[in-house]
Each structure stands twice: as C-alpha cells, then as structure tokens.
Design a binder for this molecule. Structure first.
Ligand code: ADP
Ligand code: ASP
Ligand code: MG
Length: 421
C-alpha cells in the first residue's frame, strides 16, 4: 500500500505566487517519491492579521460567528492557488475546504476542537492519484456552521488529518529550520534541536513558542503521529523531529526557553474565604470557554476573612472575562477586580529538570540579576514559568537562554517578517 504523507505550509511559505510555485515543487517531490500527498495550507502571508484588523476597525468586539466566517476565507484563497500551481506543473490536484472534507468540530467559535475527520472523500481522491490540498485552521459543526481552531491552528488541522488517515508522517514546513532552544528572532544564535519530546514541545508551545500550535502536539502525542518541523526554503535540512521521551537522551536540564506576551492578569480582591468561592469564579469562566493559566490564592486576611485570587488568561479573552466576572461579582461578594495586561510569561522547559535541584533557584537568581521582578510563579514537572513585566520579557529570555547554556555558534536563518498591522 502507498504511504500517505501530510505536509503543512504556513503563511510565510505561501506568501506570494512565486512561493506557492515553490511549495508546489516540494509537494510534487513527495509525490514523485511514490507517496500519496495531502497538503494543508494556511492563509497567505499576514492575511489573517489583516482580516482581524479590518473587523476590529468596524467593531471592538465582533461576534465569534462572523469572525470565523471572515478568517476562514484566508485559507480558501491559498488552497485554490496551490491546487492551480500543482495542476500547472502537470499533476492532478484538488482543493477542499473543511466543510467539503468533513473536518468536524465542537460548536465553539474561534478556538474549536476537532472531534472527527471524515476520510472517504480524501481516500477516494488519493486512490484516483490526486494530490489533495486542504484548508487549515477551519472546521465545521454538525449544523454546518464554520468554525476556526484558534490562531496558528493549521498545524492542528495537519496533524489531525495525519492521524485520521494513519499517515506515515506529518511534516510542518515553516520559515525557520526547525524547533530552536528559543525563538531565533529573539536570540539569533539559538540552537536547533535535532529532536524534542512531545511533552517538552507541548509545554514550550503552551509557553508561547508558536512554531507549533499546542493542540497539534497534543494530537500527535495522542495518536503517535511522527511529526517533523522543517524549513520550506531549505529542503535538504531535516529540521526537528518530535519524538516520545523514551526515545531521547537527555543531557541538558533545560531544553528551551519561551515567552508569551499575549497574557493578561486578573486579580479578584477580597474574596470571602469559604468553600465554593474559587469554584464560582472558575466554573463560570469555564462555561464561557475561557482558559485560565496560572492561579494564585493569597493567604486569608484574619479580620475580614477574605483572600485575593489572581490568575492569568489569554488577552484575547479579556473583554469576555471582565464581563463574566462583573456578572458574578454581587453573588461572590468580592471586592475590586484588577486587570493588568502589561505582563508576559517567561518559561523554561526541560524533561531533564526532573529530580535536578537548583534549576528554579538559577532561574530566579538570573531574573534578579537582571533587575526583573517576578509577579507570579507556576511550575509543572518539566516547566517553570514566571510572570514579568511585558517590556522585560525579551531581556529575561536572553538571560535565561545564556545561563542554561543553550546557545550555539551559528546564527539561525529566519524568513519572513512580523506583521505590520
Ligand atoms: P507558520 O506561518 O509557518 O505557521 P509561525 O509564525 O506560526 O509560522 O511559526 C514560526 C515562527 O515561530 C518562527 O518564525 C519563530 O519566530 C517562532 N518561534 C517561536 N519560538 C520558536 C522556537 N522555539 N523555535 C523555532 N521557532 C520559534
Ligand atoms: N491563518 C491562521 C493564522 O494566521 C492559521 C495558521 O496560520 O495556522 O492564525
Ligand atoms: Mg504557525
């Protein structure tokens, strides 16, 4: 039986027609290797950012449904153009959007999870020898409503398709040559990792390393999809393989450093110190589909018998979070609700830090030497995160990257530019 390879190309890789022609060549090369190919593409260049900006020019808080209708159009353009480019090179290709394939999601806008992928149409077209081009990032509900998977979600579309089709491999082609010890745009001499475990990659992705969408890593781990991140511009470079932790040799305690500047901190002050207070806050937020990251509850004050509950959320959920908390303020009988979005989360990640004392203290000392104040701390077995002022995030990343000896002598090549919207 022929093997199925899923390839995914991000926005920079399909930014203009010249680049789309190049992508077509890479796709055809895989087909010529004797494999069946399913290609997933993102919207061209910074299209999604421009679409978001246009919507926000019209309304401060546009409806989730219409945002998904709008943002899903970006991928609609790139799939058709890539199919046209492949056909022009003499190969049979067909493009499908999520509705045509049946990429079924939950009924949630802007960050829907995939629940099922229909494979009949895909298999039929592969059996006919066609290269299939599928729109990333989008899904459809049972009621036929268009959804999107969250920013950067095309990675998840690709891995989910690879899992559904039992593909041999999922290759994520992007504008850097793999997964680095930190964002090479911030630290140019960051080192490329030959391999990284699913667990570490998942923590790094959640911590802000947007080279992979967190749910793509989660899905790859769950369904054992061999996943590779590689450059769409330097094809001979094999990039980074994401593997099971048992297959890895761990020599450094810290595998990578990441920063996430898209967080906001909320403090609910003077919450009555009694059973049910935290449950009221977080169950209401969960009902609104708002994910909470770090949480700290202060020691109760003796006289008032209240405490403060501080937590972080993604800033895109800020307006919804404030509205939700305002709605329960009276019931909760709490005090002021303070908001601070001038913060960033800086994290170090590494399976090698398990049972190795001193990693946290090195992190805190390094931040202290840089004069960076830590506002909140959270840890997992393989991650330590500190909340710092937003304007100190890059300085913190550089210092931590250095102290944990993650640099190399080479300077990473980074294609594409950051959006100017
Ligand atoms: P695409 O459009 O191909 O999906 P993204 O912009 O989503 O590309 O992801 C690639 C970018 O991720 C890189 O250009 C880089 O700036 C950033 N990045 C952040 N952390 C890392 C990391 N640890 N390794 C590699 N790239 C990283
Ligand atoms: N086009 C979408 C975005 O910019 C999805 C993706 O690129 O993965 O977020
Ligand atoms: Mg991406």
């Amino acid at each position: 039986m022929r093997k199925i390879i899923v390839q995914k190309f991000g926005g920079t890789s399909v930014a203009d027609t010249e680049k789309i022609k190049n992508v077509a060549k890479t796709v055809i090369r895989e087909k010529e290797n004797g494999n069946d190919v399913v290609v997933v593409v993102s919207a061209m260049g910074h299209t999604t950012d421009y679409l978001v900006k246009m919507a926000h020019d019209l309304a401060p808080n546009p409806s989730g449904r219409e945002m998904d209708m709008l943002l899903s159009t970006g991928e609609g353009v790139s799939i058709a153009l890539l199919a046209i480019a492949i056909q022009a090179a003499g190969y049979e290709a067909v493009s499908f959007n999520a509705m045509q394939v049946g990429i079924m999601t939950e009924n949630v806008h802007s960050k829907a999870r995939i629940v099922d992928i229909k494979t009949e149409k895909l298999r039929k077209n592969l059996n006919e020898g066609k290269i299939i081009v599928v729109a990333g990032f989008q899904g459809v509900t049972e009621d036929g409503e268009i959804t999107t998977l969250g920013r950067g979600g095309s990675d998840t579309s690709a891995v989910a398709l690879a899992a559904a089709l039992n593909a041999e491999r999922c290759d994520i082609y992007t504008d850097v040559e793999g997964v680095y010890t930190t964002d090479p745009r911030v630290v140019p001499n960051a080192s490329r990792l030959k391999e990284i475990s699913y667990e570490e990659m998942l923590e790094l992705a959640h911590a802000g390393a947007n080279v992979l969408h967190p749910r793509s890593v989660e899905t790859a781990k769950q369904f054992n999809v061999p996943l590779r991140v590689r450059s769409s511009f330097k094809l001979d470079n094999l990039g980074t393989l994401i593997v099971g932790v048992d297959k890895m040799e761990i020599y450094k305690p810290v595998a990578g450093v990441a920063a996430d500047s898209s967080q906001a901190r909320i403090v609910v002050c003077d919450v009555p110190d009694k059973p049910g207070s935290a449950a009221t806050i977080f169950s209401k937020l969960a009902k609104e589909n708002i994910s909470v990251d770090m949480i700290i509850q202060s020691y109760p004050r003796k006289i008032s018998n209240t405490n403060d509950i501080a937590f972080t959320i993604d800033s895109s959920d800020l307006a919804k979070t404030i509205a939700t908390l305002d709605g329960i303020k009276a019931d909760l009988n709490c005090g002021e609700i303070k908001v601070d979005d001038n913060i960033a989360k800086v994290s170090i990640v590494g399976a090698g830090m398990i049972d190795r004392p001193g990693i946290a203290s090195t992190m805190f000392e390094t931040l202290a030497e840089q004069g960076i104040n830590i506002r909140m701390i959270s840890t997992s077995e393989i991650k330590i995160s500190c909340l710092v002022d937003k304007d100190k995030a890059q300085q913190a990343v550089k210092a931590l990257h250095k102290v944990f000896e993650l640099e190399c002598d080479e300077v990473a090549e980074v294609k594409g530019t950051l959006p100017d919207v």
